[in-house]
Design a protein around this ligand. Structure first.
Ligand code: DX5
Ligand code: ZN
Length: 221
């Protein structure tokens, strides 16, 4: 499968975000992962649709908006109109509202012509989102608890990657994107890819390195 590296701009210096985004593209990134946090679903607050709108003209790479927010339906319009190419929403945030909210939100994202995905935290069985696999362009498996960059990869998630890939294959969506987010390094990326993930988010691994091109190609190889 085509491996894609999605550096997370959460680890960027926000005062020079535009420069970081341009540099990521020059250094071989495949997507720009935008971590949106609301101070409620997760503790920190990062940015909203305006950031996506401002970086949109600076790169031709797909913008991958990871919404770690309550009531995601209320924000879809803003991210879609800002130019996000894919929007992912958390199972937990949706499930709090109603049983059908996740599916409704995914359909809303698609109604804007934007790709959609469902996200599960490390403690949520991936089976919980099997019912929406047919709707999803991507599923995102968190390998840390969301909120902060620079955490350690939770190894139990490896098994969920395998289950997700097997299930995708079983429903005829073997080429679906399976994204892993949190604690990805050059030391664990081979195992992550072998388990069946093909989109790797990397925040600190890229931003803390002095050679972004080298790090991105290492993660991809
Ligand atoms: C965590 C975010 C991640 C994070 C990844 O809540 O969703 O995207 O920035 O950062 P690293 O790669 O440092 O774990
Ligand atoms: Zn993320």
């Amino acid at each position: 499968m085509n491996i894609k590296i999605a550096p997370s701009i959460l680890s960027a210096d926000f005062s020079v975000m535009g420069e970081a985004v341009k540099k990521l593209q020059d250094c071989g990134a495949d997507l720009i992962h935008c971590d949106v946090m609301d101070g409620s679903f997760v503790e920190p607050i990062t940015f909203g649709g305006q950031m996506v709108k401002n970086i949109r003209p600076l790169t031709s790479l797909p913008l991958d908006a990871h919404l770690m927010i309550e009531h995601p339906k209320t924000q879809i319009k803003f991210f879609a109109e800002a130019g996000a190419d894919i929007i992912t929403v958390h199972y937990k945030a949706c499930r709090k509202i109603s049983e059908s909210y996740l599916e409704e939100t995914l359909r809303l994202i698609k109604s804007y012509g934007v790709k959609c995905g469902a996200v599960v935290n490390p403690d949520v069985p991936v089976e919980n989102i099997f019912p929406v696999f047919p709707l999803c362009d991507m599923v995102l498996l968190m390998s840390v608890y969301p909120g902060y960059g620079g955490q350690k990869f939770i190894p139990e998630v490896m098994d969920k990657i395998k289950k997700a890939r097997e299930y995708a294959v079983s429903i005829g969506k073997g080429d679906m994107d399976i994204e892993i987010d949190g604690g990805v390094t050059s030391a664990n990326c081979a195992d992550i890819k072998r388990a069946g993930a093909n989109v790797l988010v990397a925040g600190s691994a890229v931003f803390n390195s002095s050679d972004w091109t080298g790090t991105i190609s290492q993660l991809k190889a």
